[in-house]
Ligand binder design. Structure first.
Ligand code: HEM
Length: 182
């Protein structure tokens, strides 16, 4: 499959959002849920590429997936800053400092922003080791998404299970590599 086809597929949630948002009772909440769920799901898919590589090699799609996870996180942030905060920067700072779950979301967003900006060939060579911070983002957004709910549903439990599986695989691979070198 060409990367452009994958990119078009990853744009379908946005098309659906634009079409469905008009009938939402609370459009701001709807956009939060839609963009947040899309961002975390695509982020998890990008991290599942490595564990799946023995079954199917999708390594060449990892960067596109990562960039789209950032794209939906950016829409999520725009919803916060433009629609929810009405461009009031003081409100953004207050919400971020007052609500721990927003604080976690903001840290995650800034890390994703750094990763997206340093994903060009030239910059990636220099900053690739920092891209491991994606696992910090994974943990923070899982906590963020869970804290945003009054009661956890099967969706948040799924995020938590997937996060543990991805972290478990990462630790396993690291130990295996250490044993081979040592
Ligand atoms: C830019 C910083 C961020 C802010 C200010 C922010 C803000 C919010 C807010 C206010 C909610 C609650 C919405 C509601 O139900 O009323 C929320 C939920 C959520 N956010 Fe974020 N967020 C940020 C970053 C992120 C990032 C980086 C991700 C994922 C990569 C993410 C994923 C989610 C998810 C999955 C939910 C739960 C959606 C639901 O099921 O209702 N957020 N966020």
């Amino acid at each position: 499959m060409k990367k452009t086809i994958l990119a078009l597929l990853l744009l379908t949630p946005l098309c659906y959002l634009l079409w469905s948002v008009r009938s939402a009772n609370d459009p701001i909440k709807y956009i939060y849920t839609f963009t947040g769920t899309s961002a975390i799901t695509i982020l998890m898919l990008s991290l599942a590429v490595s564990p799946l590589k023995k079954v199917v090699n999708l390594m060449r799609y990892r960067k596109v997936l990562g960039l789209f996870a950032f794209f939906y996180a950016l829409l999520h942030f725009i919803n916060f800053y433009v629609l929810d905060a009405q461009l009031d920067f003081a409100f953004v700072v207050k919400e971020t400092l007052d609500k721990p779950f927003v604080y976690l979301g903001m840290i995650s967003f800034l890390i994703l922003l750094f990763m997206a900006l340093s994903s060009t060939k030239k910059l990636f060579r220099k900053f690739s080791s920092y891209h491991k911070a994606v696992y910090i983002v994974l943990v923070l957004v899982t906590i963020h998404a869970s804290m945003a709910q009054k009661v956890l549903s099967s969706l948040e439990y799924t995020y938590i299970i997937v996060t543990f599986m991805l972290l478990g695989y990462r630790v396993y691979e690291k130990n295996k590599r250490r044993k081979i070198i040592g």
